[in-house]
Design a protein around this ligand. Structure first.
Ligand code: GTP
Ligand code: MG
Length: 371
């Protein structure tokens, strides 16, 4: 059956591995940090530590087919905005950069309406749109990838010019590479007295990120989120990489994409921010994400404005889900509502069979055994 190492289990719970080993000992199992333990033991340990465990529901055959079919003919593909994520070490300026870009390039009228909790927005540069997704962190990025979700087209690795390459910088580079996503290096905080962009470049050669001026093929942009320096240049480079990547989708088909985040809103019920990755999502569509489903009741764009449809690379808030789908879950729409409900029924049955539950805790360890 499925197994997981003590180390991985501990990481997933963000708990010291020693604690897990101690708990296992209490349960009568002597284990080392790299030892594989079975799903049941892991579930018991996790439950004991106050976590809810959900074993990931495997996509049924029909669902798999629906996710894949039909392939789009080249002639139906259209340019779509690139989806960009900003990653980097703590305090190197990820949030500041996201904010600076948003404040500089989102029109003032839109600005006031931006909802704080929606983790994605779009800007326009020279008539072309760019979608920024604020991934909640590297762990979330990895988790999404584990689910087979590929949300990002381009990764911006932010490095503070006064600090240089740090452990999470390397992590960010590795994440981007594992996901096969092109990297743009943004050397930030160049306004600071101690800034040394050249040193950052030298350090990065060790990781095979070499500027074009030095004979490499990595794009570097020196920016200051604080002073809003070179932000148009950064956007320019994003569009350049997008041009090369030829990111395309077919707007004229049933929508599919990924859940970015979701929550239960007191007044509005389950609210999910989704990124449409192919097709066009419309109000009234029957949508499925894991075991959450429903008719799309309303949609809001990143400014909070109601929209009736959302095409490829558009982040949008969706109301109408029966439950809260987990971040990273794939969504798609089905034309035949009856078929959709049948699919959901099957999934529920499967889920019930496979699931262990404990009340109270909020964090779930879904896809724990599907790494
Ligand atoms: P975490 O989310 O905690 O990982 O940090 P972050 O990468 O999002 O960094 P954040 O944007 O919060 O910035 C960290 C600190 O650096 C803040 O005090 C910012 O004001 C400052 N900062 C960010 N960008 C710049 C910049 O371009 N110049 C200067 N001087 N300070 C900056
Ligand atoms: Mg931040």
């Amino acid at each position: 059956g499925d197994t997981i190492t003590v180390k991985t289990l501990a990481e997933k719970m963000r708990i010291n591995a020693g604690e897990v080993i101690k708990k296992l000992m209490e349960l009568g199992t002597l284990a080392t940090i790299n030892q594989e333990i079975d799903a049941d033991t892991a579930t018991i340990v996790a439950n004991e530590m106050g976590f809810e465990v959900q074993v990931k529901v495997e996509l049924d055959k029909e669902a798999q087919l629906m996710m894949k079919e039909p392939e789009d003919d080249a002639e139906n593909l259209r340019w779509r905005p690139p989806v960009v994520t900003i990653m980097g070490h703590v305090d190197h300026g990820k949030t500041s950069l996201l904010d600076a870009i948003r404040h500089t390039h989102v029109t003032a009228s839109e600005e006031g309406g931006i909802t704080q909790h929606i983790g994605a927005y779009q800007v326009e540069h020279k008539g072309r749109k760019i979608t920024f997704v604020d991934t909640p962190g590297h762990a979330a990025f990895t988790a999404m990838r584990a689910r087979g979700a590929k949300v990002t087209d381009i990764a911006i690795v932010v490095i503070a010019a006064d600090d240089g390459v740090m452990p999470q910088t390397v992590e960010a580079i590795n994440h981007a590479r594992a996901a096969d996503v092109p990297i743009i290096v943004a050397i930030n905080k160049i306004d600071k007295p101690g800034a040394d962009p050249e040193k950052v470049k030298r350090e990065l050669t060790e990781y095979n990120l070499v500027p074009e001026a030095w004979g490499g093929d990595t794009i570097f942009v020196e920016v200051s989120a604080k002073e809003k320096l070179n932000l148009p240049e950064l956007l320019e480079m994003i569009l350049l990489v997008a041009e090369v990547g030829e990111f395309k989708a077919n707007p004229n088909r049933a929508a599919r994409g990924t859940v970015i985040e979701a929550e239960l809103d007191k007044g509005r019920g389950p609210v999910a921010t989704v990124l449409v990755q192919n097709g066009t999502l419309r109000v009234g569509d029957f949508i499925i994400a894991g075991v959450a489903y429903g008719k799309v009741r309303a949609m809001m764009d990143y400014t909070g404005r109601r929209v009736s449809k959302a095409g490829p690379s558009t982040p949008v808030e969706v109301l109408g889900f029966s439950g809260v789908p987990p971040a990273g879950e794939l969504f798609y729409t089905v034309e035949d509502e009856k078929f959709g409900k049948q699919l959901i029924d099957e999934r529920f049955t499967k889920k019930r069979e496979e699931e262990f539950r404990l009340s109270a805790p909020k964090i779930s360890l879904d896809d724990l055994f599907n790494q």
